[in-house]
Design a protein around this ligand. Structure first.
Ligand SMILES: CC(C)(COP(=O)(O)OP(=O)(O)OC[C@H]1O[C@@H](n2cnc3c(N)ncnc32)[C@H](O)[C@@H]1OP(=O)(O)O)[C@@H](O)C(=O)NCCC(=O)NCCS
Length: 173
């Protein structure tokens, strides 16, 4: 007798990418709290607490630039932001992001980064700053491969990459 096994495969819930606001602080806090220490350290370069401090969450949802939330099934799975770098000689937007571990390697990081960079460009940024831990191999590779013209400056445990806006969009994919 031949038995037929029926396997039901559920399609992944739709990805929603939208601007962040004050109301997202709590759900973002939940997502960050569930991330491994290493991911949090790579994003913030310091211990941020579990849950993160309210003052930090406020900066993440309402920076002096703009912030985005990625959601699937009404759950926060990613966050990206840009913020003006104070005292920079040319208008410079710092870009930063985090994607929930199970959602990584599906293109969401680059999608979030591109969204934030487009917005910063429209707001007047001439260049982008990406501050990467010298131990963050995957982001170092990502930056160096995509933006070979980026200049890097060492600052303690960080490598600060400056990417001219024109170069960013020439090679973002
Ligand atoms: C960095 C980060 C946001 C990338 O998110 P992502 O959704 O996985 O990114 P993408 O799927 O768009 O992939 C981007 C690149 O990272 C690489 N990458 C992502 N996860 C990886 C992993 N676990 N191991 C190796 N490479 C990885 C991808 O291969 C891709 O590189 P390529 O295009 O040169 O092949 C995510 O890994 C993360 O949140 N890390 C912790 C926080 C952090 O480091 N933030 C950045 C500092 S500002």
């Amino acid at each position: 007798m031949i038995q037929t096994q029926v396997v039901v495969v559920e399609a992944p819930a739709e990805l929603v990418l939208r601007r962040a606001g004050d109301a997202d602080a709590e759900s973002l806090s939940g997502m960050l709290t569930s991330q491994p220490d290493l991911s949090l350290y790579m994003r913030f370069q310091t211990a941020i607490g579990r849950p993160p401090r309210p003052a930090l969450l406020q900066q993440l949802v309402s920076p002096n630039g703009a912030a985005w939330i990625a959601e699937r099934d009404c759950q926060v799975i990613g966050h990206a932001m840009w913020a003006w770098v104070k005292g920079a000689t040319v208008p410079t937007a710092e870009l930063a992001l985090i994607v929930a571990d199970p959602e990584q390697r599906r293109g969401l990081g680059v999608q979030l980064l591109t969204e934030a960079a487009h917005h910063a460009l429209a707001a007047g940024a001439d260049q982008f700053l990406v501050m990467v831990s010298a131990m963050n191999d995957r982001v170092l590779r990502m930056v160096r491969r995509r933006w070979p013209t980026a200049t890097a400056e060492r600052e303690g445990a960080l490598l600060n990459f400056t990417i001219p806006a024109a170069d960013f969009f020439a090679t973002v994919n």
